[in-house]
Design a protein around this ligand. Structure first.
Ligand SMILES: NC(=O)c1ccc[n+]([C@@H]2O[C@H](COP(=O)([O-])OP(=O)(O)OC[C@H]3O[C@@H](n4cnc5c(N)ncnc54)[C@H](O)[C@@H]3O)[C@@H](O)[C@H]2O)c1
Length: 247
């Protein structure tokens, strides 16, 4: 029960990796804010946490919009009085080669994957500074190392690495740890719905030292390490959950 009495916000926790993170945090005692732009999955996840004996509130919002990000933070404070853990997890992909990539595909991916993490961190940080305690865990991706067909996503995730390192330097004096987890291919809807899913899966198995696809739980376990005091002297770091695959 590493998170007994701790308050955690997990963005994009209606499904996929975020849902796994929020459930594991709750199972170890955290009071959680489930937040997602999808109302149905957001409320369903919060219901499942409560049915499992945990405490959860559901807040629907689009983290790429400043007013929504601020409201997620303020409603969490109204409900629980503090924020100990922020997991910037929500993300989207809109893959295509650079010659076919629409400006809008660039803007949307960067707005959700990078600006959303900036906004949620910006509105949460004052409370963590006041507490002299906090954990910010950003979900990057192995793609930050570069991936063909993902110029928008790779750039946003490389931005997440920069954001993580900058915030770790700014907020360290307030005992706020800022780290990132960089998953490789992980079995969620985001990947299952990809038009080249089967091909991607085969390449993944062939190129990965541990020859399987990652599971949401693999990523959640790494996030919980950074969210806990087990990692209290680690900040600005990137933990790869890639089955040993780099590049
Ligand atoms: N699945 C993978 O292979 C993989 C690999 C590396 C990194 N990641 C990263 O992990 C994170 C989670 O990915 P996933 O595979 O679970 O995706 P997913 O599509 O299964 O879930 C993402 C959730 O985020 C929500 N969301 C999207 N845009 C939002 C917004 N603007 N505001 C609020 N919520 C929003 C969606 O509604 C959805 O519930 C993302 O940051 C993704 O980039 C995933």
């Amino acid at each position: 029960m590493r998170f007994q009495g701790k308050v955690a916000i997990v963005t994009g926790s209606g499904k996929g990796i975020g849902k796994s993170i929020v459930k594991k945090l709750s199972q170890e005692g955290a009071l959680v804010t489930v937040t997602d732009m999808n109302k149905e999955t957001c409320e369903e996840t919060a219901k499942e946490v409560i049915q499992g004996g945990g405490k959860a509130i559901a807040i629907v919002g689009d983290i790429s919009k400043a007013e929504d990000a601020r409201s997620i933070v303020e409603k969490t404070i109204e409900s629980y009085g503090r924020i100990d853990i922020l997991v910037n997890n929500a993300g989207i992909i809109k893959d295509s080669r650079i010659t076919e990539m629409e400006e809008d595909d660039w803007d949307k991916v960067v707005d959700v994957c990078l600006k959303g993490a900036f906004l949620c961190s910006k509105y949460t940080a004052p409370y963590m500074i006041e507490q002299n305690y906090g954990k910010i865990v950003n979900i990057a991706s192995r793609s930050y190392l570069g991936n063909p067909g993902q110029a928008n996503y790779s750039s946003a995730k490389a931005g997440i690495v920069g954001l993580t390192r900058s915030l770790s330097k700014e907020l360290g004096k307030n005992y706020i740890n800022v780290n990132a987890v960089a998953p490789g291919l992980t079995e969620t809807d985001a990947i299952r719905n990809h038009p080249k899913y089967e091909k991607i899966k085969e390449i993944q198995k062939k190129d990965t030292p541990i020859p399987r696809i990652g599971l949401p739980e693999d990523v959640a376990n790494a996030v919980l390490f950074f969210a806990s005091d087990d990692s209290s002297y680690i900040s600005g770091d990137i933990l790869h959950v890639t089955g040993g695959r780099f590049g």
